[in-house]
Design a protein around this ligand. Structure first.
Ligand SMILES: CC(C)(COP(=O)(O)OP(=O)(O)OC[C@H]1O[C@@H](n2cnc3c(N)ncnc32)[C@H](O)[C@@H]1OP(=O)(O)O)[C@@H](O)C(=O)NCCC(=O)NCCS
Length: 165
């Protein structure tokens, strides 16, 4: 567990654990429908129990998540999981509405990328809405070699994690 201060507020950072289902349910209850839509690319209201189960299905190697906690619970999550193709790891970030635009998303993503690199993960892949400027800035900031293209109406980003080669 580490801590950081953003905009004068202290946040604790730690890896998500399998026993954190209540924290995850509470977090999604804190998010606006637009934030949930941008994260899941579909108009769900709250994650159902099957999705909550998948969100806490962490093995600290191929599937992991870093959370930031404030006095209300989770304030942001960055996660990765092995993609079905096996060639890359899917990454996603979501930050509580009252924390957005203050640097928390980029902090979580940078630290998660560092953890993934140490585990030998070579690249992340992210899918986002074409108008999601903040998410685009986030993935472009992660690697100068990030490449993006549109596919089936979504913006697909390939983010190499290796520092060279
Ligand atoms: C996308 C999201 C995770 C970003 O987290 P955040 O804490 O709001 O973002 P940050 O404050 O760290 O800013 C990220 C970048 O966006 C830039 N940015 C902030 N507001 C912006 C805006 N309105 N337009 C364009 N860029 C913007 C910042 O300058 C920063 O770029 P930098 O790192 O080069 O300075 C967050 O907004 C969110 O949860 N959105 C809804 C869910 C979502 O879209 N997830 C992404 C799917 S993978």
């Amino acid at each position: 567990m580490t801590s950081t201060v953003i905009a004068g507020r202290r946040l604790r950072l730690r890896l998500l654990e399998r026993g954190d289902a209540d924290l995850i349910r509470q977090f999604y209850g804190r998010l606006s429908s637009e934030t949930i839509y941008r994260r899941f690319l579909s108009a769900i209201t709250l994650p159902n129990e099957a999705l909550v189960g998948r969100l806490v299905d962490i093995d600290h190697h191929d599937r992991d998540a870093l959370i930031a906690l404030d006095e209300q619970g989770i304030a942001g999550v960055a996660r990765y999981g092995a993609a079905p193709s096996g060639t890359s790891h899917e990454v996603a970030v979501v930050v509580a509405d009252d924390w957005q635009g203050r640097g928390l998303g980029s902090l979580l993503l940078r630290r998660l990328a560092h953890i993934a690199r140490l585990r030998g993960i070579a690249s992340f892949h992210a899918t986002m809405l074409g108008d999601n400027r903040r998410a685009q800035a986030l993935v472009l900031g992660l690697s100068p070699r990030t490449s993006m293209h549109f596919e089936a109406g979504y913006l697909e980003a390939d983010i190499p994690l290796r520092l060279t080669g």
